[in-house]
Design a protein around this ligand. Structure first.
Ligand SMILES: Cc1cc2nc3c(=O)[nH]c(=O)nc-3n(C[C@H](O)[C@H](O)[C@H](O)COP(=O)(O)OP(=O)(O)OC[C@H]3O[C@@H](n4cnc5c(N)ncnc54)[C@H](O)[C@@H]3O)c2cc1C
Length: 369
């Protein structure tokens, strides 16, 4: 870790790996610091929507090789009832994050990134054009830093990131019961806590079962989690992993850098507010941060705001409608025209931001509101 690095990247999730790879490919000397050992477990549904699939394909990642399942059947429920199912040619890959993230780190290393694991970064300081990182393995000096240390980021306090939507995700990875009907099949349940939902995501011989909703509603979210898992006939006592992880969404205009320290992915609060999808945001913001940090992109802030900012704003609008009227949203989704639209949204052929520009969609949203 000695010497002066062109770029130090903190955190080897999708945002950090994408940043390190982009900068290393641009010819920079890059050090990637990760507190865990790789591969590491990350609590996550592992659903790859269209923009994530595209970002991965553009980086040469074979998504189909990583997919543990390919989903085409969706069952929707509202508080466990009023179920309806829609089917299409399978189009939503499910991955294990340990496998996806290890692949991305491997690509960053192939591009020339130096990886150091088992090192925790605790402090940030800048002087005379150099950033000093205080780490558990001693100080690290770099001309620029991309902090991609996730939703409990230490760097975000240094940068002054402000998040006004903070959620708790409770999730278990469970062995798939023999004979159960989860191949290529996802369940989404609109929950009892305003703005919450639950899911079952299949990944070969395991199922990821979770709920997400406001952190302020912690006890109610835990009740929802236990009741949801039990309603599926599953037993948390058999879980391979079981626990909670926070997610957060940045307030519009929240800073993305301080001096030569840039934040990306969850550390920056870049997340789709309704679905809490974050892999595509991490991959895209990480790459932009890596390029900007080594002078290959004029303005990180502008690049993020122009694409990801619009998607976050549209997601906030969707979340507001869903929080106030989950039952109406459920009924509207059941109508025939909504299924093709949902497929387009999930597969990334359109975005919520684009849809909210359409007169008919605006009319429908204001009707629900
Ligand atoms: C329950 C749940 C389900 C989700 N499901 C989905 C889903 O299905 N699809 C989707 O797209 N998104 C989902 N998300 C969101 C997604 O997991 C995140 O948005 C994504 O992981 C963000 O990637 P990242 O690289 O920014 O951070 P992370 O993936 O969190 O990576 C951060 C890395 O930094 C390391 N680190 C942290 N602190 C330090 C430190 N001080 N020093 C050194 N290293 C450090 C960590 O060990 C970690 O490896 C889900 C989130 C939750 C909580």
């Amino acid at each position: 870790m000695t010497g002066v690095w062109d770029l130090a990247v903190v955190g080897a999730g999708p945002a950090g790996a994408a940043a390190a790879r982009a900068a290393a490919e641009a010819g920079a000397r890059v050090l990637l610091l990760e507190k865990a050992e790789i591969p590491r477990y990350k609590r996550c549904g592992g659903g790859l929507i269209g923009p994530a699939q595209r970002a991965l394909a553009d980086s040469g990642v074979d998504v189909s090789g990583l997919a543990r399942d390919l989903v085409g059947r969706f069952t929707f429920t509202h508080r466990g009832g009023r179920a309806f199912t829609r089917e299409a040619v399978p189009f939503l890959p499910m991955v294990l994050r340990s496998e996806l993230d290890a692949t991305l780190v491997g690509l960053a290393r192939e591009a020339g990134t130096e990886l150091t694991t088992g090192v925790t970064v605790g402090a940030y300081a800048e002087q005379d054009g150099l950033v000093t990182l205080g780490t558990s393995g001693g100080p690290v000096l770099a001309r620029a830093v991309v902090a991609a240390d996730g939703s409990a980021s230490r760097a975000s306090a240094y940068v002054g990131v402000h998040c006004d939507l903070v959620d708790i995700g409770l999730e278990a990875e469970l062995p798939r019961p023999p004979g159960s009907d989860w191949d290529g099949h996802v369940l989404l349940d609109w929950g009892p806590v305003p703005g919450s939902y639950g899911w079952v995501f299949p990944k070969g011989d395991v199922l990821t079962v979770g709920v997400i909703g406001s952190r302020d509603q912690g006890p109610a979210m835990r009740d929802y989690y236990r009741a949801f898992v039990a309603s599926l006939g599953l037993d948390l006592g058999t879980a391979i992993h079981d626990g909670g992880h926070q997610t957060r969404v940045r307030t519009a205009g929240s800073p993305l850098r301080r001096g030569q320290v840039l934040v990306a992915g969850d550390a920056a609060g870049l997340l789709e507010p309704w679905t809490r999808e974050g892999i595509s945001f991490a991959l895209r913001s990480g790459r932009l941060a890596g390029l900007a940090a080594v002078g290959e992109l004029p303005s990180y802030e502008q690049a993020v705001e122009s694409v990801l900012g619009a998607e976050v704003a549209a997601g906030r609008r969707a979340l507001a409608v869903f929080t106030r009227r989950p039952g109406v949203v459920h009924r509207v989704m059941r109508t025939p025209p909504l299924w093709p639209l949902l497929q387009e949204l999930v597969s990334g052929r359109t975005t919520m931001a684009d849809q909210l520009e359409r007169r008919r969609v605006r009319w429908l949203v204001s009707l629900v509101e």
